[in-house]
Write a protein that binds this ligand. Structure first.
Ligand SMILES: NC(=O)c1ccc[n+]([C@@H]2O[C@H](COP(=O)([O-])OP(=O)(O)OC[C@H]3O[C@@H](n4cnc5c(N)ncnc54)[C@H](O)[C@@H]3O)[C@@H](O)[C@H]2O)c1
Ligand SMILES: [Zn+2]
Ligand SMILES: [Zn+2]
Length: 369
């Protein structure tokens, strides 16, 4: 079928919205008609080459929609099903899936290729070339042919437009607080960088019962929004957070710290660990340039403070178990989704959306189809 998509042809260039040819679903695949796509910062990392991807690629990895057609051998989905697309697919039977950490599924090795799990051959074409799809999804298009293992069926009463947000940012941030940092009742939590992911970490910390949640962000609008979503305090930098957290905890420092700034840089770890109490835990979530192999750290503080540093992919979520549960929290009113979306865009406005994101004028932007 003919449809359109936002394509990155070369590093450092704008998204180009143009006509594409989409093949029929192959074995194990489904065609999804998308309702919306969130604008995650990670797609811009692909533009800037902080996340190296194959090119040309259709952007977007935060989508939800309705299954329109299923290919041969699809067992878990049928036309009409509502699905959220998970940016990490889960095969269900590799060592990691089988032991309950499907976020580390062996499929992770292929998602950066952007080419279908089944046969590695592109399903979308433009200008006579095969196109890759971000995270095997490519949600900057009204239609996507994706593997059933990338799709999580959700209840029909959940607004599809908002459901897309749990396909990456909300799950990653919420899970950063709840699964990876393991925030507990009464904790003091510092979230560094409160965009779409960080403000979801703020919500996770609030729902987990944290007492103090300190939002750190240089952009005043982001700080205000983080406070609406549950931050009890906000400051512009980790430096400013130091005396505040010292005072709030009578010198103990934060039980949990979460790094969700635009990009993790080598100089961020030292202050982050100094904000973390002895025996506390820091959760690193931001993307880092793959070339960074040296960081600044007060080593003695980490060793003799017995501090933990944990990584984070997709909030440590098992998509089939956790994404529907996040949507249940939306249903009960505890997890705010509408409040995250500052502005809706058409596909043609995708570059405007990223200009707004990078300038901090929006929390999450959303393309609506
Ligand atoms: N680990 C994962 O699975 C995963 C998943 C999704 C996104 N990410 C990454 O998470 C990060 C955040 O994504 P997002 O969509 O929320 O981005 P965003 O642009 O919406 O938010 C980032 C925020 O960080 C703030 N910031 C920048 N430098 C800072 C600093 N030094 N101190 C404090 N705040 C700072 C910015 O002002 C901005 O508000 C990105 O690096 C993204 O690639 C990781
Ligand atoms: Zn993302
Ligand atoms: Zn697996």
């Amino acid at each position: 079928m003919r449809t359109k998509a936002a394509i990155l042809w070369e590093v450092g260039t704008p998204w180009s919205v143009e006509e594409v040819e989409l093949d029929d679903p192959q074995p194990g695949e489904v065609r999804v008609k998308l309702a919306s796509s969130g604008l995650c910062h990670s797609d811009d990392h692909a533009v800037k080459n902080d996340i190296p991807t194959g090119l040309p690629i259709i952007g977007g990895h935060e989508g939800a929609g309705v299954v329109e057609e299923v290919g041969p051998g699809v067992t878990r989905l049928k036309p009409g099903d509502h699905v959220v697309m998970a940016f990490m697919p889960a095969c269900g039977h590799c060592r990691w899936c089988a032991s309950g950490i499907s976020v580390l599924c062996d499929y992770g090795a292929v998602i950066m290729s952007g080419l279908p799990i089944a046969d590695g051959k592109p399903r979308t074409h433009a200008r006579g070339q095969g196109l890759m799809r971000m995270s095997l999804l490519g949600t900057f298009s009204p239609y996507a042919v994706v593997h059933q293992d990338s799709c999580v069926k959700i209840d029909d009463d959940i607004p599809l437009e908002l459901a897309s947000l749990v396909g990456c940012g909300v799950a990653t941030g919420f899970g950063a607080a709840v699964n990876r940092a393991q925030v507990g009742p009464g904790d003091t939590v510092v979230v560094v960088g409160t965009g779409g992911v960080g403000s979801s970490a703020v919500q996770g910390a609030r729902i987990a019962g944290a007492e103090h949640i300190v939002a750190v962000d240089p952009i005043p609008f982001r700080r205000e929004q983080a406070e609406l979503l549950g931050a009890t305090h906000s400051v512009a930098s980790m430096e400013e957070a130091m005396p505040l957290v010292t005072e709030l905890t009578r010198g103990v420092m934060a039980d949990r710290t979460i790094l969700t700034a635009s990009l993790a840089t080598a100089d961020m770890l030292k202050p982050l660990m100094l904000l973390t109490r002895k025996g506390g835990r820091a959760c690193l979530t931001s993307t880092a340039n793959p070339g960074i192999d040296k960081v600044e750290l007060l080593l003695v503080d980490v060793i003799f403070g017995q501090k933990e540093i944990v990584g984070n992919v997709f909030g440590g979520c098992n998509p089939h178990a956790d994404l529907p549960r996040l949507l249940s929290l939306y249903r009960t009113g505890e997890l705010k989704l509408e409040e995250l979306v500052t502005k809706r865009y058409s596909l043609e406005q995708v570059n405007e959306g990223y200009d707004d994101l990078l300038a901090g004028r929006i929390m999450r932007g959303m393309i609506v189809f």
